[in-house]
Ligand binder design. Sequence first.
Ligand code: NAP
Length: 257
Amino acid sequence: MKTALVTGGSRGIGRAVCVQLARQGCHVVVNYCHGEAAAAETVSLCRAEGAQAVAVQADVSTAEGCKKLFEEAVNAFGRVDILVNNAGVAPVQRLDVLETTAESFERLLRVNTESCFFMCQAGARRMLAGKAQGIPDYRPRIINISSVSAYTSSPSRGEYCVSKAGISMVTKLFADRLAGEGIPVFEVRPGIIQTDMTAGVADKYRRMIEQEGVTPIRRFGQPEDVADQVLAACSGLLDFGTGTVLNADGGFHLRRL
Ligand code: NAP
């Protein structure tokens, strides 16, 4: 059975990805860092879809965390077919780029970008080993969740933008390196999505969307909108376009006049 490993699968976008992959018949490894109860709830939701699922605590921003996560995933289900690098954090405090602290910059780069790079590395190694073993029906793939912030300036959270721009390059690097190995790598770019991450600024975003039309599709994105793009990347229909960016942003990426 195909197995999906979703980092930060306990809440928000990651949870929706877990549930939709479970609905597609995957076994699911739900990674979390701090929220054990939320991860257990995601596992229950996946099981309600008829899938097998386990929660694995691991801080993916550390080398030990990445190692532990893959070991426990393989112990649970024997293989990893789909790796979704979704775990991420926003700055604790939004500060103008003239005030950004080294501590916050380092945290964002470590949790958002370094984790993505080394999870891609660990995932690629595991997938190449799986191919060498001749696992049946094995078409592994990696999907990285970045953001419209990868190309959009928000001077009040510059370190987040830099961290997400880094994920775009991580995707390009691994898509290039793994193309010849038959492992496609995709980047999914969410726009403004209703989750805990945006809860503190939800009113501001709702006004920007519904009244000011910052997104051509005038509604708050939902985690399922992002999960749908992940499913598209898992379908096999996009594989000749390794490195492709899939926008889940209500059309935010369009230049408008
Ligand atoms: P969220 O609701 O805040 O959930 C974040 C998830 O990441 C949680 O499951 C959390 O687990 C996990 N996580 C954080 N640090 C981790 C670590 N070091 N190791 C393992 N897991 C960790 O966020 P979200 O809105 O769903 O965002 C998911 C991804 O989409 C992020 O990469 C975010 O940057 C990106 N994104 C979000 C939006 C948006 O509008 N919401 C827009 C663009 C991009 P614990 O609770 O256990 O710590």
